[in-house]
Write a protein that binds this ligand. Structure first.
Ligand SMILES: *[C@@H]1O[C@H](CO)[C@@H](O)[C@H](O)[C@H]1NC(C)=O
Ligand SMILES: *[C@@H]1O[C@H](CO)[C@@H](O)[C@H](O)[C@H]1NC(C)=O
Ligand SMILES: *[C@@H]1O[C@H](CO)[C@@H](O)[C@H](O)[C@H]1NC(C)=O
Length: 317
């Protein structure tokens, strides 16, 4: 019994010893084959880097500790990055600009001795660091997050900056009163502050477009009014200038109908004279005088055009 216990202990010790020996240097991982080659490693003594040419799913099964930093930057074809056994990183953790990343799983990670930066991974909407307790540098998580879960977070020494797209900050805000964020804290979940610049730009563009639209409409209306006025004018001048050129149509032109002769009342509106004078000749005539009324003068009008001031309508209006 004791023997077998000692044997197991020795085997475990040997394994740990062998692991730390076999993985003493930094490693760069381009594919799952590279990741599997580190399968025996418990500890990486150096840094761990995910190559920017890496693709698909990268899972680091057995690694529990990285003594350097853990960096994945610009590997835009990586869809899953998982280190399920990883518990501590002595350098920083940087996951940035992995445009296809949808799954970042490090649910055993407890301590990071420098900064954690997860930023610019446009497809990463969920982030869970289930066991993360302590960050000794800054904690920066920005992106298209709809949820960030840090249920074990106990202490962040540096500045904490969290920015999502459609997530709630409520739970994270509650940690403020527990003095988790030692170096300052900001969280904007609905993108209220990150969107505010975008929203401002949007509003500015909208206002400019609106003003332009109004100006265009006003201009169109003005142009239409001017055109119709000009058209009207053109019709008038055409009507005025056309008849002499088209002589055969002259009698048809309404302008040449002898309106003043046939419809004198229309052409020269006058007030009714009462009883018409009995006789008109070219001289002034007098109404037959009634005993009580004053004498009123009437003048004959000839049918000719009015040239000067000596002949006027009786009641110019
Ligand atoms: C994985 O990447 C390494 C270079 O890091 C390369 O030598 C190897 O052929 C790749 N394996 C596969 C299966 O692509
Ligand atoms: C993880 O380590 C164990 C031994 O500790 C080993 O049996 C296993 O194959 C390793 N996993 C991988 C994926 O290499
Ligand atoms: C993320 O990847 C890990 C490792 O392959 C897997 O166990 C987990 O189910 C994946 N999570 C999601 C949400 O796909």
């Amino acid at each position: 019994m004791l023997c077998s216990y000692l044997f197991v202990l020795a085997t475990a010790w040997q394994t740990v010893f062998a692991d730390s020996d076999s993985c003493s240097s930094s490693a760069t991982i381009s594919n799952q084959t590279d990741a599997d080659a580190l399968g025996d490693c418990d500890t990486i003594d150096g840094s761990l880097t995910i190559s920017s040419s890496a693709t698909g799913s990268i899972i680091l099964y057995n690694i529990t500790e990285v003594k350097g930093s853990f960096t994945a930057s610009g590997a835009s074809a990586v869809t899953t990055l998982a280190a399920p056994a990883l518990e501590s990183i002595n350098g920083g953790l940087t996951i940035e600009n992995l445009d296809s990343l949808t799954n970042l799983t490090m649910n055993s990670l407890k301590t990071v001795s420098s900064d954690i930066t997860v930023t610019g991974n446009s497809d990463l909407t969920k982030l869970e660091f289930d066991d993360l307790k302590e960050v000794k540098g800054q904690l920066t998580l920005t992106g298209s997050f709809s949820s960030i879960s840090l249920p074990s977070l106990h202490k962040v020494d540096g500045q904490t900056t969290i920015r999502g797209k459609s997530m709630s900050c409520t739970v994270l805000n509650e940690l403020k009163s527990e003095n988790v964020y030692q170096g300052g804290y900001s969280c904007s979940g609905s993108g209220s502050s990150s969107l505010s610049t975008g929203a401002k730009a949007g509003i500015a563009v909208g206002v400019i477009l609106g003003v332009l639209l109004i100006m265009v409409i006003v201009w169109l209306l003005y142009r239409r009014a001017r055109r119709s006025r000009r058209q009207h004018l053109n019709e008038q001048t055409a009507a005025a200038s056309a008849p002499p050129m088209v002589e055969k149509q002259l009698p048809v032109q309404p302008e040449y109908q002898p309106v003043p002769i046939f419809e004198p009342a229309k052409a020269l509106p006058r007030k009714p004279l009462g009883s018409p004078p009995a006789q008109l000749d070219s001289r002034s005539i007098h109404e037959a005088a009634y005993p009580a009324s004053p004498v009123r003068e009437f003048y004959e009008l000839d049918a000719g055009p009015i040239h000067s001031t000596h002949q006027r309508p009786l009641n110019p209006e």
